[in-house]
Unconditional design. Structure first.
Length: 112
């Protein structure tokens, strides 16, 4: 089964991370990306670069940024292939964001 690990962070949690610490954290993110169960992964650009698309009354509306008013923002993802959601969650626990005040949401993909 394939699962998406959605990585959420509060940007404020990263304000005091030193360059040296950041290098170590990127190695950890990279290690999850190199895990044999990982099918795909990517870091997203900051929310300030995002657009949100809605259609109301047949009219397409495009606005800047994400819709949600929240401290945590989607910062990236991993797609992993494991036998169970519990195995996918164990991989999610290796993502630094999970211990740095963020969270990792684990969702099974619907394959069509």
């Amino acid at each position: 089964m394939k699962y998406m690990l959605l990585v959420y962070d509060n940007p404020a949690n990263w304000a005091n991370v030193t360059e040296e610490q950041m290098q170590g954290l990127y190695k950890e993110y990279g290690a999850v990306g190199q895990n044999p169960a990982t099918v795909d992964s990517a870091q997203l650009k900051p929310v300030e670069t995002a657009k949100t698309v809605r259609i109301k009354s047949g009219e397409t509306l495009v606005t800047d940024g994400p819709f949600a008013e929240t401290k945590e923002q989607l910062g990236g993802y991993y797609v992993v292939e494991t036998d169970s959601i519990d195995e996918a969650a164990k991989i999610g626990a290796q993502i630094p964001s999970a211990r740095m005040g963020g969270s990792v949401e684990v969702r099974e993909l619907v394959v069509m």
